[in-house]
Design a protein around this ligand. Structure first.
Ligand code: NAD
Length: 395
């Protein structure tokens, strides 16, 4: 099959296996080039391990610290005339590289919110890994079937309290326009918290603790985002932000419960805004990311998921000065993004951007190439005209 990008709105419905493998290898190379972590993790569970921040966490643990990893993710295999999703190919590439390096790379493809997948994970950990010393919770999902009630909760990306009007960009067409988003109702607010809040993270930790599969001194972390005021109505103060508040509540509860068992700690790391499948679905945010990339690249402080997570591991989690918490008890690896001089420049550019000047005021080109890269496209050295085998088994 010759595989080309097919973009539909904010998703690409195709993925290139060799391109995804090259993207994973690039991240492995970055981690190796930064040298080994001191006292890094040995046995790692990543929930949401196949793309974005979760994949970067898995790579940083395996190739920065020689960790054995279990990755949980929800990806679609190839079909007769359709390639698999990128996370499927990423995981094959990661697993091949980790196993070649003598590391265990265990995978479970299925719904992390379900009791069944938690049970499968526990059996595998007991059989193959032993107690876990790092649990990364990095799910981004549009829906959750609740394992107790059977209710299907769908998350929405909406403001809360009042409607919100701001600029947004159609990243595919390059058109800047005004968008007005009506506020969420109570049910939508609760549903979004049920999907993207902390209840499922708590269920994972409770299940592992009950089975004695958390190692002494273990860390568990989940990822969040705050960002600048220009996005607050849709992010921090919107439905997703309220769900993240619930994730912070869960972090405090899990931290207390790990400490009560004498086991370790749990916290939230606030990460930088980056192009991922999850963030591209949020209105307004891709325009902010395009401006941010331009400024941070010029400033020499731009990072991708792998640089963010490698820095988090090397300078805080497993080295450097140790964990540095803000006044809400969160780790801030978004510190470079939130520097006042960076944000002042975003605020200066934001009102000036139009469809006509998008290419010069923002890094829309960088946004697009990062987006395509998520699906394995636009990577140097890959012949996109050549036939490629799309049906690859994941073990
Ligand atoms: P992503 O879309 O790249 O990754 C989501 C992962 O979750 C994938 O591995 C996917 O397979 C998995 N997944 C989704 N539903 C699942 C299910 N039901 N069962 C099992 N696995 C499932 O997203 P991302 O941007 O890396 O987001 C990860 C976390 O990082 C989220 O909490 C997000 O809010 C946070 N974060 C993202 C950004 C950003 O700008 N992208 C910034 C800060 C924090």
């Amino acid at each position: 099959m010759v595989i080309k990008p097919k973009i539909r709105g904010f998703v690409c419905i195709t993925a290139h296996p060799q391109g995804c493998a090259a993207h994973v290898q690039e991240q492995i190379n970055l981690v190796k080039s930064r040298g080994p972590l001191k006292n890094g993790p040995r046995n790692v569970l990543v929930i949401g391990a196949s793309t974005g921040y979760g994949l970067a966490s898995r790579i940083a643990a395996a190739f920065g610290s020689g960790a054995n990893t279990l990755g949980i993710f929800f990806e679609r295999p190839s079909e007769e005339d359709r390639p698999a999703t990128p996370g499927w190919y990423n995981t094959i590439a990661f697993s091949d590289a980790a196993r070649a390096a003598g590391l265990k790379a265990l995978n479970i493809n299925g719904d992390a919110f379900s009791d069944d997948i938690k049970r499968q994970a526990i059996d595998l950990i007991r059989r193959e890994l032993g107690p876990i010393d790092l649990i990364v919770y990095s799910l981004a999902s549009p829906r959750r079937t609740h394992p107790r009630t059977g209710a299907v909760h769908k998350s929405v990306l909406k403001p809360v309290g009042q409607s919100y009007t701001n600029k947004t960009v159609d990243t595919d067409k390059g058109i800047v326009s005004q968008i007005t988003i009506e506020p969420a109702n109570e049910a939508e607010i609760a549903d979004t918290a049920a999907v993207m809040g902390g209840e499922d993270w708590e269920m994972w930790i409770d299940a592992l603790l009950a089975e004695g599969l958390v190692a002494p001194g273990a860390t568990s972390m989940a990822y969040s985002y705050i960002g600048p005021e220009v996005t607050w109505a849709i992010y921090k103060n919107g439905t997703i932000g309220l769900a993240k508040n619930d994730l912070e509540r869960a972090a405090r509860k899990i931290d207390a419960s790990l400490k009560a068992h004498g086991y370790g700690r749990a916290f939230i790391s606030v990460n930088k805004a980056l192009v991922t499948q999850a963030s591209s679905a949020i209105p307004v945010v891709p325009l902010y990311i395009s401006i941010l990339y331009k400024i941070m690249k010029a400033n020499g402080t731009h990072e991708g998921c792998i640089e963010q997570i490698q820095r988090l591991f090397a300078t805080q989690l497993y080295g450097g000065a140790g964990l540095q918490f803000d006044d809400q008890g969160r780790v801030r690896i978004d510190d470079w993004e939130m520097r006042p001089e960076i944000q002042a420049e975003v605020a200066r550019i934001w009102p000036q951007v139009t469809t006509e000047n998008l290419a010069s005021f923002t890094d829309i080109a960088g946004y697009r190439s990062e987006f395509l890269k998520l699906f394995g496209f636009g990577i140097p050295g890959i012949n996109y005209e050549a036939e490629v085998e799309p049906h690859l088994p994941l073990t």
